[in-house]
Design a protein around this ligand. Structure first.
Ligand SMILES: Cc1cc2nc3c(=O)[nH]c(=O)nc-3n(C[C@H](O)[C@H](O)[C@H](O)COP(=O)(O)OP(=O)(O)OC[C@H]3O[C@@H](n4cnc5c(N)ncnc54)[C@H](O)[C@@H]3O)c2cc1C
Length: 432
């Protein structure tokens, strides 16, 4: 259950409909903190919440664990990977996005994506396993065993690079006293002229300087041309020897979007009208990363959590009104942009509001911590994350440095085409 689907399902709490959330995972993932799981700052349980727990107090909601593969020809039922059909009166597609590697050779096979809980755990295990290997055979250090190349200088790339450098210097240097951890490297590769494209220049410069102060090597104007198990080749011919290459260079709509026979944007997002409906399909809505919704200037909305949440709530309002509760169809969807923020590391973050207000440094960092604790789902997770952060901050240490998993199959490998819909069935109207 993603941000958009969860917001929509919860906002239908009082509507005279039956809400069925269908997802291939039985939990919600708070993706903005995935990088902290991958860098041993948080446990994966702290950023995930069982879907049934989230829906437990909602009488008109239920959950179905299934991988959706498409919509039946009559447009009235979902099809699932286990051959089932799930009927609906209205469908909200909120299946999100997956990692986009833009056809770079070797990226799908050898780079580590960071888009799901299992991928974050696999990345953490791999990095720690490389340190263990180098500890057993120090010659591996020259070959890049302790080097992590991060491809993509957006929020995910920057946050991951900053957290990795602190993990190496503050924690693994103590864990591996007989290994020269000072030779561990984090190389952040960005194809554009600066990091954090969406922010103003001063915050972009601050971000680069703050990363470099933490020992991160920032390569700007450097395109990744090929990824191999032992490194990444850049378009300028240079080679970065790295046993870990993290791909944080972009997302595309999940493969489901391509199976529905609907119109899509260049990034695969499903085209919708200004009320988030698929043109010509009154009962088919799309929200979040999967939605190709545009603002008044025709620009696609950014693929961020707040857009998914606001769109989910908007569609819930539309469905509630459509079943005759609450007045005429709502006005066209308009995104209220609360601004954006990202961390770089300890006491360092940037914040830029839509109003133009900007902050950087520890005050922005404190703001980031508060916003993300509040946005987390569940009191238990909030307190656990707050405690972990306090512990990590006071002790310069981290928690779960565990090697648990091998590399999982690509997250959407088992979803030829599918979506995480909210199947709203209006009590006693259409179906019954
Ligand atoms: C590492 C990382 C950091 C991020 N940081 C931020 C941040 O700081 N701020 C911010 O605003 N945004 C951030 N984002 C983006 C934000 O997480 C997304 O914009 C948001 O999750 C989109 O919500 P959604 O509901 O569209 O999709 P998602 O939250 O991705 O949910 C999609 C759901 O659909 C399910 N699903 C997919 N396919 C199928 C199928 N075939 N069958 C059944 N179920 C399916 C998935 O299991 C998932 O539960 C980050 C994303 C990542 C990956």
């Amino acid at each position: 259950m993603g941000h958009g689907g969860m917001a929509c399902a919860q906002a239908l709490r009082r509507a005279p409909v039956d809400v069925l959330v269908v997802d291939r995972h039985n939990y919600h993932t708070f993706q903005p903190l995935l990088y902290q799981v991958a860098t041993a700052g948080l446990d994966v349980e702290n950023i995930t919440q069982p879907a049934r727990h989230i829906l437990r107090t909602q009488a008109n909601a239920d959950f179905r664990l299934a991988t959706v593969t498409g919509v039946a020809p009559d447009g009235r039922a979902l099809t699932t990977a286990d051959g089932d059909a799930i009927p609906f009166d209205a469908l909200v597609l909120a299946a999100g996005a997956t990692t986009a590697t833009f056809g770079v050779p070797g990226a799908d096979e050898h780079a580590f994506p960071l888009k799901s809980a299992t991928e974050a755990l696999a990345l953490r295990s791999h990095i720690l396993e490389r340190f263990e290997a180098a500890s057993a055979d120090p010659a591996l250090v020259d070959a890049g065993a302790l080097t992590v190349a991060v491809v993509g200088g957006g929020a995910t790339g920057v946050e991951t690079a900053g957290a990795l450098s602190e993990l190496f210097q503050c924690v693994l240097a103590k864990d591996f006293p007989h290994l020269d951890v000072s030779r561990a490297r984090v190389v952040l590769v960005e194809g554009g002229p600066a990091l954090m494209e969406a922010y103003d220049d001063d915050l972009r410069d601050y971000t680069r300087r703050a990363l470099e102060r933490r020992g991160v090597e920032v390569r700007l104007g450097a395109q990744a041309a090929r990824v191999a198990p032992d490194g990444v080749a850049l378009a300028d011919g240079t080679w970065v020897a790295a046993h870990t290459v993290i791909w944080a260079a972009g997302v595309k709509a999940v493969p489901l979007a391509g199976a529905l026979g609907l119109e899509q944007t260049r990034g695969g997002r499903l085209i919708v009208d200004d009320r988030l409906r698929v043109p010509g399909r009154e009962n088919l809505y799309v929200v979040g990363d999967l939605a190709g919704a545009t603002d008044a200037d025709g620009r696609l909305y950014p693929q961020v959590a707040q857009v998914a949440i606001q769109q989910g709530r908007y569609v819930a309002r539309a469905i509630t009104r459509a079943v005759g509760r609450g007045g005429p169809p709502p006005e066209p969807f308009v995104y209220r942009d609360p601004g954006m923020m990202a961390t770089i590391g300890r006491n360092a973050a940037i914040l830029q509001l839509a109003s133009g207000f900007k902050l950087r440094g520890w005050l922005a960092w404190l703001g980031w911590l508060l916003v993300h604790v509040v946005a987390l789902v569940g009191f238990r997770n909030r307190t656990a994350v707050l405690w972990s952060w306090l512990y990590n901050y006071w002790t310069y240490d981290r928690g779960p440095r565990l090697i648990l998993t091998a590399r999982p199959p690509a997250d959407d490998a088992d979803a030829p085409e599918g979506a995480a819909p909210v199947a709203a069935r209006t009590a006693g109207v259409a179906a019954e």
